[in-house]
Design a protein around this ligand. Structure first.
Ligand SMILES: [Zn+2]
Length: 333
């Protein structure tokens, strides 16, 4: 903002314009105003052997704050302490204030990247803390964003109104790895430490891979017990994600579910390869339309498909059972 020599006709401004003008003028003047000076006092009081602390301010010179005096009145008053001497006896009112803590705020996607970057802070071991600092937490500058993308694709997390929320599947993942080395930033730190050793020619690839092998083996032994405990939760998540019956293996109870990048059959392990795409010729296909396709109906009219030659067109989709592919049906007229 650059001040000019023009003086506005203050009287001609409306209420809001006046407010804005005054705010700008005050802020500009504040840059050249003297400092706001105060004395901060910290008092320690011994009440029957228990220590209490109080801090307070004594304003010496308002300085730039003078320009904003009207606004300050609405703000919370700061505690002003009277002058005291060391060792002085005083009257104290001890009260218990009741309050409620607030749950921590949800992370935004940007904060999440930051948290990954600084993931060593809560690690107790100082040496590991150092390594995590050196290796810059979880992932690298280049991979963190794509790690989050993967979590979204796999439906572990979801971004709602710029807030990161953990989905049911993500909660199960957390339960599954809780308390194991997999969930600990220390594991990354330990690996990085050893990789550094290899870099300095003090360790070998074989030892490193051997250790990882051992770890995986012990995790695999633990896994069935852990998963057993979560069977019910897994079932619920699965059922929630069911969109309809698989037309390929309906009689076998195959269900179509969201697989992240496409829709597929819950019996894919038994060999059912039925899938439906989430996007078709450049247009996303809604779950409502997927349900219609699974029921053998045509979809709602989908506008704006792009043909292979780059032409735009509108059409209904149908799924042809025998050909096992999508077919178009065009609006009449
Ligand atoms: Zn199937």
């Amino acid at each position: 903002m650059v001040p000019t020599k023009q003086t506005p006709n203050f009287g001609a401004l409306n209420e809001k314009e006046k407010n804005i003008y005054q705010e700008v003028v005050a802020t500009t003047l504040a840059m050249f105003a003297p400092d706001y000076e105060y004395e901060e006092t910290k008092v320690e009081v011994d009440v029957k052997g228990i220590n209490f602390e109080a801090t307070g301010k004594v304003e010496k010179q308002l300085g730039w704050k003078l320009l904003f005096k009207n606004q300050q009145q609405t703000k919370k008053k700061e505690t002003v302490l009277s002058a005291m001497e060391k060792g002085q006896a005083c009257q104290v009112n001890v009260e218990i204030a009741e309050g409620q803590t607030k749950p921590p705020k949800y992370y935004t996607e940007g904060q999440l990247i930051n948290v990954m970057k600084h993931a060593g802070k809560e690690v107790d071991d100082e040496a590991l803390q150092h390594t995590l600092k050196e290796s810059e937490g979880i992932g690298t500058e280049a991979t963190r964003a794509s790690i989050i993308e993967t979590l979204k694709h796999q439906l572990y997390i979801e971004i709602r109104k710029n807030q990161v929320t953990v989905l049911d599947k993500g909660k199960i993942l957390c339960q599954a790895v809780e308390g194991t080395l997999l969930a600990s930033p220390e594991m990354t730190a330990k690996w990085e430490t050893y990789l550094n050793k290899i870099g300095e020619n003090k360790g070998s690839q074989e030892v490193f891979l051997d250790k990882i092998k051992q770890m995986i083996e012990s995790l695999m032994q633990e896994a069935p017990r852990k998963i057993g405990n979560m069977e019910q939760a897994l079932q619920q998540v699965n059922e929630k994600s069911f969109i309809g019956d698989c037309s390929c293996c309906n009689h076998e109870d195959g269900k179509i579910q969201d697989k992240g990048k496409f829709y597929g059959c819950s019996r894919y392990r038994e060999g059912c390869t039925f899938t439906l795409p989430k996007k078709f010729l450049g247009k996303p296909i809604s779950q409502t339309n997927i349900k219609k396709l699974l029921n053998g109906e045509k979809t709602n009219l989908i506008k704006g498909f792009t043909s292979k030659k780059g032409k735009k067109f509108d059409a209904y989709l149908r799924y042809d059972q025998t050909e096992q592919k999508m077919t178009f049906e065009f609006p009449k007229g």
